[in-house]
Design a protein around this ligand. Structure first.
Ligand code: GLY
Length: 564
C-alpha cells in the first residue's frame, strides 16, 4: 500500500470511529482520550470507550494492541505498572513487574572468579524474568474494567490475525535485524512476510502465531498464558535455550495491587508508583525539593534553574541507589522518610546554588536499565484515569522468542544488581536491596503518574527511557504544574538528566546556549549532549471547560493522541 493510502486509511479509521486525532501535536476531546506509542493502538483504546468501556478497559485493550503494533516494548512477554485513579480521586496501583525465577541466585551471572560474565544478565535466555503483563492486565481489568475480557483483547487478536500497515519504525528495525550477525534466529525471521522476504513499509503485517497465543488468553484468561499449551511451549523454549523458567514459576506468578506513593505540589496531589519502581519515590522527593525553590527569581532553562534541577536529581538518584528494591524482600525501605516534606528541607539546604555537589562514587553506581519501554495514558468521560508503563527492558527485550508463540521475551533480569557488593566507578552497582533472589522483582525506573486537582484527575503522564524516565516525567510534571505549560509544550520542552553517577548533566541537543554551558561548567558540572530523551504520553483535563487535551512526544513518529 502506498504511503498516501495508509494516511487515508488512518484518517478514514479515525472518521469511522468518530474520533479526533493528531499526528503528535495536541488533540482535544470531550468524551475521552487515549495516548500511546501507536496511533492505531490509541484508536483501539478509544473504540473501547465508545462501546461504553471505562479508562481501564481502554488501557488494557491498548496495551494488548501495542503488543502487536509496537513489539519493541509493547508486550505480553514483559512486565510493568499501572496507576488507576477513579473519577472520585480514589487511587490504586497494579504491579506486574517480572520476577526472578525460583532457580535464580545472586551469583548466577558470575564466572568462577566471581566476576560478571559480560552481558550474560542481558543477552541470554537466563536474562528472562517471569513475565507479568498478562496477569497484570487481567487483574486490572477484573477489578476495575466494565467490558467483557473478550471484548478488550479481541482488537489485538484482529490486528495480529488480519494484519496492520507495517510502519517506518518497524521497517527500520526489520532492516537492522535482517543484517545483524549472530542474532537469535527468532529475530532474523520475525519481520518476514509470508514469502519469507523482509516486510516493506505499508505492507499488511500479520502475526498468526501471536494471534493464536492471544486467543488462548482471550478464552482462558491468565491460565491461557501461565498454564497449559503456552506455558508448556515457554518451558520447552527455556530448556532448549538455557533459560531457567519452569512451569512452577509461571503458575506461581501473581500481579499485586499496591498502595500508590502520594505526594503534593502547591495544592496538586501526585499519585505514582511505589517500589519495586524507584520512579515514584524519586519523583515525589524531587517535586518536594522544587516546592522550596523560588521560581520567580529563576528564569526557565537558565543556568541557575538547570543547576537546581540537576542537584535535585543527583540527590534523588543517590537515595534511590541506597534504599530501593522489591518491598516484599526489603520491608524497611524508608519510603515515608524519602517522600516527606521535612526530608526535602534537609536535602534542599545541602544544595549550593553556586557549585555542583560531588557524587560519591565510592558508594553506589549506575543501575542497569534501558531506554526501551512504552507508556500509555487514558482518561474517560466519567473522569477515570489510567497511567500505564510496561517494558521488555531492551528494545525487543532479550530478542528471543519461540516461533510458535509469536511474542518476544523480556531481558528484565538485567535490572537487578548483578554482582553482590561490587560497586564500580564504571557504573556497576552491588548494593543489597536490588540483589537477585528467587521470586524477587527487579528495581525499575518506570514512573506512571496521575496528578489530581481538587481531588479529580488533572494530569496523566509517563514515559519510556530507562533511568531518564524519572527525570523526564519530573520535568514534564513541573512544566505543567509550575510553569503552566500546555501538555504538548511541556512534553516537547528540551530536558536534562542527572542520575548521580556518572556525575554529569546529560542534556538534549539545542537546550543549552554556549553561555549557559560555560556557567554550568564553571559551577563544576560535566555536560554531555544527547539527541533525545524519553517519549512522553500525556493528558490534561480542564474541569471548567470539560475538555481533555492529549499529546504524544514527536520523538515517536507513530505515536498519537486519539480522543472522541
Ligand atoms: N527496564 C526499564 C525499567 O524498568 O526501568
Amino acid at each position: 500500500m502506498s504511503n498516501s493510502k495508509t494516511i487515508v486509511l488512518f484518517i478514514l479509521t479515525i472518521c469511522f470511529l468518530g474520533a479526533t486525532a493528531s499526528l503528535n501535536a495536541q488533540t482535544y476531546a470531550k468524551n475521552g482520550m487515549v495516548v500511546s506509542s501507536d496511533r492505531g493502538s490509541s484508536a483501539v483504546g478509544v473504540s473501547m470507550l465508545k462501546k461504553g468501556g471505562n479508562a481501564v478497559d481502554a488501557a488494557v485493550a491498548t496495551a494488548f494492541s501495542l503488543a502487536v503494533t509496537h513489539p519493541s516494548a509493547g508486550n505480553i512477554g514483559g512486565g510493568g505498572f499501572m496507576v488507576f485513579m477513579n473519577a472520585e480521586g480514589k487511587t490504586t496501583t497494579i504491579d506486574f513487574r517480572e520476577k526472578a525465577p525460583l532457580a535464580a541466585t545472586n551469583t548466577m551471572y558470575l564466572d568462577a572468579d566471581g566476576q560478571l560474565i559480560e552481558d550474560s544478565n542481558h543477552m541470554s535466555a537466563k536474562a528472562i524474568g517471569v513475565p507479568g503483563t498478562v496477569a497484570g492486565l487481567y487483574l486490572a481489568h477484573s477489578k476495575y474494567g466494565k467490558l467483557p475480557w473478550k471484548t478488550v483483547i479481541q482488537p489485538a487478536i484482529d490486528q495480529a490475525q488480519n494484519g496492520f500497515p507495517f510502519n517506518w519504525s518497524l521497517y527500520h528495525d526489520a532492516q537492522y535485524f535482517s543484517k545483524t550477525e549472530g542474532v537469535n534466529t527468532f529475530m532474523k525471521t520475525y519481520f518476514n512476510n509470508k514469502n519469507a522476504a523482509i516486510m516493506q513499509p505499508n505492507e499488511l503485517w500479520k502475526q498468526l502465531a501471536l494471534a493464536q497465543t492471544l486467543t488462548l488468553i482471550r478464552d482462558q484468561g491468565p491460565d491461557g498464558f501461565y498454564k497449559g499449551k503456552t506455558a508448556q511451549k515457554i518451558v520447552d523454549f527455556m530448556r532448549k535455550n538455557g533459560g531457567i523458567i519452569t512451569k512452577k514459576d509461571l503458575a506461581k506468578y501473581e500481579a499485586i495491587e499496591r498502595e500508590p506513593i502520594k505526594g503534593s505540589y502547591k495544592g496538586y496531589d501526585i499519585y505514582t508508583m511505589p517500589p519495586p519502581s524507584s520512579g515514584g519515590v524519586a519523583l515525589v522527593e524531587m517535586m518536594n525539593l522544587m516546592e522550596l525553590a523560588d521560581f520567580k527569581s529563576l528564569e526557565f532553562n537558565s543556568a541557575a534553574h538547570l543547576h537546581l534541577v540537576a542537584e535535585a536529581m543527583r540527590r534523588a538518584f543517590a537515595d534511590r541507589a541506597e534504599h530501593l528494591g522489591d518491598p516484599d524482600f526489603n520491608p524497611n525501605i524508608p519510603v515515608t522518610k524519602l517522600t516527606a516534606k521535612d526530608f526535602a528541607k534537609k536535602r534542599f539546604q545541602e544544595i549550593n546554588m553556586a557549585k555542583a555537589s560531588p557524587s560519591d562514587s565510592a558508594l553506589y553506581g549506575r543501575l542497569y536499565d534501558s531506554d526501551n519501554t512504552t507508556h500509555l495514558s487514558v482518561m474517560d468521560k466519567e473522569g477515570n484515569a489510567v497511567s500505564l508503563t510496561y517494558t521488555l527492558e531492551y528494545s525487543y527485550g532479550s530478542q528471543m522468542g519461540a516461533k510458535e508463540l509469536g511474542f518476544i521475551f523480556n531481558n528484565e533480569m538485567g535490572d537487578f544488581n548483578p554482582q553482590p557488593g561490587s560497586t564500580k566507578n564504571n557504573g556497576q552497582i552491588g548494593t543489597a536491596p536490588n540483589l537477585i533472589a528467587p521470586e524477587k522483582r527487579m528495581l525499575s525506573s518506570m514512573t506512571p503518574t496521575i496528578v489530581s486537582k481538587n481531588g479529580k484527575p488533572y494530569l496523566v503522564i509517563g514515559s519510556p527511557g530507562g533511568r531518564t524516565i524519572i527525570n523526564t516525567v519530573f520535568q514534564t510534571t513541573l512544566n505543567v504544574l509550575e510553569f503552566n505549560m500546555r501538555i504538548d509544550k511541556a512534553i516537547e520542552a528540551l530536558k536534562i538528566h542527572h542520575q548521580w553517577l556518572p556525575n554529569q548533566i546529560v542534556y538534549e541537543k539545542n537546550l543549552l546556549s554556549p553561555d549557559t554551558r560555560k556557567i554550568l561548567e564553571s559551577m563544576g558540572h560535566t555536560l554531555k549532549e544527547r539527541n533525545n530523551m524519553g517519549a512522553l504520553m500525556g493528558i490534561t483535563y480542564d474541569a471548567e471547560k470539560k475538555i481533555f487535551t492529549g499529546a504524544s512526544d514527536s520523538s515517536q513518529p507513530d505515536s498519537g493522541a486519539v480522543g472522541y
